[in-house]
Design a protein around this ligand. Structure first.
Ligand code: ATP
Length: 442
């Protein structure tokens, strides 16, 4: 494994259609990115994988898709209007703006700019929420915010789901969606952006069981990344110290990944206590307590939250998958993506275009489309076609040759080992299913 740099990854993402700079033809917009043909497939596959793991594989978690725009009182109740601030400083010389926690300690002590060495101002609090107006009049009564997290859409629907969803505490509500934060320090590609996507699950429990459920979700969520194919050696927990804890949290752990720019948060697991439901109860005047028939008790549930970034997971998966080795005496770039999330599952190639091989290959590809994401390629030397698929993480390739016409067998080639096996056409789907189920990164 060679050391990956962000420049290498960003250039691969652009070249192969994973991620483009937003509005690039106008010079780009800082910290906003567009997902290209392969990127959107990867992102959707990760989202589906999360959704399955977090809803369908549990019998006590249901889904929700709440609106991005919410009543402005939501953000007062949640504490975001009051507390969702970053302390910012400006450099008097180069005029750049920084989050104080992004400045190395020794420079901060001297109030010195990390870029030009100039003098920094004292910190000012800067609210991270994007504010806009709903309706034709721009006055304070029409203010709405672009949600900075998806979680609040879940809390304000707690009562609806309890009344209509046939759920009983303990249960969870899961949601995937866009969130917006007016981030100032936005380097490192799609790691921290102003518009991003979150995959959050809020698990409602009896307050006496918070320790048990916190441990449960902490273990589940770590295992999830292993199932997604992320290497253990690049994952770790980080517990929030008292000065790091958010205003709503009793206990918080991050799952961190070792990115090329260091260990950083990938997901947060938080014990939010009854903070959110209690506050929404107070601010809305509605009763958000829960009557537990079994216990014969009414209480405000505690919440264990698992909050992952979808777009940040895309970056994680790409960083983790990137590898270089050698094939036929040449350097090979290969994305060792888990087959369950790879944008293309199977590439199908005729060895040559003539003698009916192209038509036969097309037929085979069409037969696989219903179940797998396929890519047909008949251009160039076969080695080049393999290389192109390796570089975008396609785990399997099928090659149709003259022997296929005689005995209806094809070559199935595995991306990671480059091993090739000869199998019957009708056995292709089963071979792919089996290899995907048993996939272990070498
Ligand atoms: P950070 O300390 O990195 O700003 P946070 O602690 O504010 O993150 P949370 O509010 O816990 O993050 O958000 C949960 C998850 O949402 C994060 O673990 C991350 O994966 C994702 N996330 C948060 N902010 C951003 C962002 N600006 N861009 C991309 N993903 C983000």
């Amino acid at each position: 494994m060679s050391e990956l740099t962000m420049d290498t990854l960003v250039s691969l993402c652009k070249r192969r259609g994973f991620v483009y700079q937003s509005s690039e033809i106008y010079g780009g917009l800082t910290s906003a990115w567009d997902y290209g043909p392969l990127g959107v497939e990867l992102k959707n596959n990760i989202q589906r994988f999360w959704w399955k793991q977090m809803t369908q594989l549990h019998d006590n978690i249901v889904g929700l898709d709440a609106a991005i725009l919410m009543h402005p009182r939501v953000w007062e109740a949640s504490g975001h209007v009051e507390n969702f601030h970053d302390p910012l400083v400006d450099c008097r010389q180069c005029r750049q703006r920084f989050r104080t926690d992004a400045i190395p300690e020794e420079l901060w002590a001297k109030r010195q700019c990390p870029e030009c060495g100039g003098q920094l101002t004292e910190p000012r609090q800067f609210n991270l929420m994007f504010k806009t107006h709903m309706g034709p009049v721009e006055d304070s009564s029409s203010v709405v915010y672009l949600r900075p997290e998806t979680a609040q859409g879940i809390y304000v629907n707690f009562k609806n789901v309890v009344q209509t969803g046939r759920v009983k505490v303990p249960f969870g509500i899961a949601q995937v969606g866009k969130a917006f934060r007016n981030e100032i320090t936005t380097k490192n590609f799609i790691f921290r952006t102003c518009e991003f996507e979150q995959m959050e699950m809020q698990f409602f429990i009896h307050p006496s069981e918070d320790g048990k459920w916190f441990d449960y979700w902490k273990a589940e969520r770590f295992e999830y990344y292993q199932k997604l194919g992320v290497r253990d050696s690049r994952l770790r927990f980080h517990q929030h110290g008292p000065d790091e804890l958010a205003h709503y949290a009793k206990v918080a752990f991050d799952i961190q990944y070792e990115f090329p720019f260091g260990w950083k948060e990938l997901e947060g697991i938080h014990n939010r206590t009854d903070f959110d439901l209690r506050r929404h109860g107070e601010f809305s005047g509605k009763d958000l307590t829960y009557l537990d028939d079994g216990r014969g008790e009414r209480f405000t549930p505690y919440v264990i939250e698992t909050s992952a970034g979808l777009t940040r997971t895309v970056l994680t998966v790409l960083c983790d998958a990137y590898d270089e080795d050698e094939a036929e005496g040449e350097k090979r770039v290969v994305l060792r993506l888990h087959p369950a999330v790879a944008p293309v599952t199977v590439g199908v190639f005729p060895l040559v275009k003539k003698d009916g091989l192209a038509e036969l290959a097309r037929d085979i590809e069409l037969g696989l489309r219903e179940e797998f994401s396929t890519f047909y390629d008949q251009g160039g030397a076969i080695g080049r076609r393999y290389r192109r698929q390796d570089e975008v993480g396609t785990p399997y390739c099928i090659t149709i040759d003259y022997q296929t016409k005689e005995d209806r067998t094809v070559t199935l080639r595995f991306r990671d080992s480059m091993q090739q096996v000869r199998i019957k056409i009708e056995d292709i789907p089963q071979a792919i299913r089996k290899a995907t189920k048993e996939y272990r990164r070498v």
